[in-house]
Design a binder for this molecule. Structure first.
Ligand SMILES: CC(C)(COP(=O)(O)OP(=O)(O)OC[C@H]1O[C@@H](n2cnc3c(N)ncnc32)[C@H](O)[C@@H]1OP(=O)(O)O)[C@@H](O)C(=O)NCCC(=O)NCCS
Length: 216
């Protein structure tokens, strides 16, 4: 899927969306850069961005061969048929020209093609362009308005779009913790005493010297 964009300067760009399917150190830099230009706080470190590139689904919006937008998706643990659109960002200067619409359409098309039934996302209710894009243009429905979702003053709107009927079960109105993840409170704590354990006794470790551990 390709389109063209004519800027007021008269320059024309070929716009397309590609999916990154492998770990790519250069792309980590691009993801971090666009994220830092977009959000007030960083979403990613190079480690989490690298993991996302390797294990998530990552779509890049290009103007000619320049990456100008990124979108990261993960599969929901509660409902594997559902995808969490984790973040979508377009470089400032490229926004408000229909590219977000084009980018989201291409992303949803790719997700649907591979069997995704629904897409959920969380958005700052103050992000007018994002709300307009998701709700009015693509029909995402608000499933919850959460006050102080990430702490005082950080409200978030939860949205969902049904892409195709769920072959397995109905989607819940709002994601609930998966069965088995929340354990019943118990006042009985059973701890194995070191002398009962079959494990060899650990030798003392100097944690102050432990600074060379790499992130995953
Ligand atoms: C959200 C974002 C990806 C949308 O991309 P975009 O290229 O600006 O989107 P479009 O130009 O296709 O515009 C989509 C709709 O929003 C409207 N819109 C754009 N900017 C707007 C603004 N500041 N206020 C209100 N509506 C706005 C457009 O008019 C359009 O609706 P219309 O076609 O009915 O007129 C982009 O603005 C962005 O990166 N924003 C910062 C990051 C963000 O908020 N991400 C989403 C949360 S994860």
């Amino acid at each position: 899927m390709k389109t063209r964009l004519s800027q007021t300067s008269g320059r024309e760009f070929e716009i397309h969306v590609s999916e990154i399917t492998s770990h790519d150190p250069d792309m980590i830099g691009t993801v971090l850069e666009i994220d830092l230009m977009t959000f007030s706080e960083p979403t990613w470190s190079q480690y989490t961005a690298g993991l996302m590139l390797r294990h998530g689904r990552n779509f890049i919006l290009y103007a000619d061969d320049m990456p100008i937008g990124t979108c990261q998706c993960i599969r929901s643990w509660q409902s594997p048929w559902e995808v969490v659109l984790f973040s979508m960002a377009i470089r400032p200067g490229w926004r408000g020209q229909g590219l977000g619409t084009y980018f989201l359409e291409a992303t949803l098309e790719a997700l649907k093609k591979s069997g995704t039934g629904s897409v959920v996302l969380v958005v700052d209710p103050a992000s007018k362009a994002a709300i307009r894009l998701y709700e009015q243009k693509f029909g995402f429905k608000i499933v919850a308005e959460c006050k102080n979702e990430y702490g005082p003053g950080h409200d978030r709107t939860h949205m969902r779009l049904l892409l195709q009927p769920n072959p397995v079960a109905e989607v819940s109105e709002f994601p609930q913790p998966a069965a088995g993840l929340v354990s019943e409170p118990t006042d009985e704590i059973v701890a194995e005493s070191p002398q009962d354990s079959q494990l060899p006794e650990a030798s003392p470790v100097d944690h102050t010297a432990d600074t060379s551990v790499s992130n995953a």
